[in-house]
Design a protein around this ligand. Structure first.
Ligand SMILES: NC(=O)c1ccc[n+]([C@@H]2O[C@H](COP(=O)([O-])OP(=O)(O)OC[C@H]3O[C@@H](n4cnc5c(N)ncnc54)[C@H](O)[C@@H]3O)[C@@H](O)[C@H]2O)c1
Ligand SMILES: O=P(O)(O)OC[C@H](O)CO
Length: 344
């Protein structure tokens, strides 16, 4: 068994460390200086300082060394780099039986495609051999071997179960789900709500506000997901509400932290410059807003996030706009008491 991990940020490093406990792993970093330092120290000081990589993890700046004859390749770059990374992988010699696992959480700008769609377009393998891994998994905690759970989705059950077996560890429990669309959307869209939860915190609001954003955020994520043929049940699972909870509440969340900075008056450019790690929610907000517009799906929180991030709307006004929307039902279909509660 040979595993390649592409991208040596926080998540790629944590995954390499985790899988290195079971298999030989080659971890690719694009920065050769980082490779030299990591080889000497066995640490990734900039992205995951508390984790010591086992000797089973070989670190390289040569992409073909990581993917050549690999049984499994994990892509863990930021989502905006997935297409060009996949194209570079396709240009190296890869085995047509290699399984590819996307670990990035985002949507491609302009095309509005999911990462598995991007990979299927760029990689010369059957789309059945492309899986996604998504769940409430901060790299910092997985790296410290805190008990964590996740979901793997693929079109092929056999591929999903193979990936499940490879990733399963005593502290990392993996569930499978056939709903590739729902699992990918859950991971990409929760970041938008985490930005809003952070902004609410930055404005000095409390737990009621955060609970409202998380609950109504999940409702609109599910609405978009269903319009895109996902199963609504996926959003009540680990890749849905599980990841939403962790990202909206964790001290590790970059998206939540970016929301706090937004409320303090920082621009997205300032936030992206000063946060050395990727804040996926900024791009995902634009993509989700455009998807919702195109499909005619109501996503009021995403719409306000879009206005704050891209139209200089103030976070405080965004909250006012959300709170003063016209009255509405919590659920669209009321079936409890059809006699006294007539449908309009
Ligand atoms: N950090 C986590 O806890 C976590 C958990 C689950 C999923 N993810 C997802 O994994 C993806 C990567 O996140 P991360 O936290 O590791 O990011 P990070 O910011 O920690 O690191 C990003 C890495 O990607 C590299 N990179 C940046 N642009 C690149 C490019 N154009 N080509 C190749 N490499 C490039 C950087 O040099 C860096 O090594 C994101 O989509 C994120 O949502 C992260
Ligand atoms: O740090 P965040 O907020 O980008 O979240 C990282 C992971 O997606 C959590 O599962």
């Amino acid at each position: 068994m040979k595993i390649g991990v592409i991208g040596a940020g926080s998540w790629g490093t944590a995954i390499a460390g985790m899988l290195g406990r079971k298999y030989p792993v080659v971890l690719w970093a694009r920065n050769s200086q980082l490779v030299d330092v990591m080889r000497q120290t066995r640490q990734n000081a900039a992205y995951l300082p508390d984790v010591l990589l086992p000797q089973t993890v070989r670190i390289t700046a040569d992409l073909s060394e990581a993917v050549h004859k690999a049984d499994l390749v994990v892509i863990a770059t930021p989502s905006h780099a997935v297409r060009r990374t996949a194209a570079a992988i396709a240009a190296a010699t890869i085995d047509k039986d290699t399984i590819f696992v996307n670990a990035a959480k985002g949507l491609e700008l302009n095309s509005l495609k999911r990462m598995s769609e991007v990979l299927a377009e760029e990689l010369p393998v059957w789309s059945d051999r492309i899986a996604v891994l998504s769940g409430p998994n901060h790299a910092e905690e997985v790296g410290l071997q805190y008990p964590s759970t996740t979901v793997v989705a693929a079109r092929s059950r056999q591929v999903a179960e193979t990936v499940q077996d490879i990733f399963m560890l005593p502290y990392f429990r993996v569930y499978t789900n056939p709903d590739l669309i729902g699992v990918e959307l859950g991971g990409a869209l929760k970041n938008i709500i985490a930005l809003c939860a952070g902004a609410a915190e930055g404005l000095g609001f409390g737990d009621n506000t955060k609970a409202a954003l998380m609950t109504r955020g999940l409702a609109e994520i599910t609405r978009l997901g269903v319009a895109m043929q996902a199963s609504p049940l996926t959003f009540s699972g680990l890749a849905g509400i599980g990841d939403l909870i962790v990202t909206c509440t964790s001290c590790h969340s970059r998206n939540r932290r970016a929301g706090i900075l937004l409320a303090q008056g920082k621009t997205t450019q300032e936030i992206e410059t000063e946060t050395k790690m990727v804040v996926e929610g900024i791009r995902s907000t634009l993509a989700a807003y455009q998807l919702a517009q195109g499909l005619g799906v109501e996503m009021p929180i995403t719409e306000q996030a879009y206005k704050v991030l891209y139209q200089a709307h103030s976070p405080r006004d965004a909250v006012l706009d959300l709170m003063s929307r016209g009255r509405t039902h919590e659920v669209e279909e009321v079936v409890i008491d059809p006699v006294n509660w007539e449908k309009k």
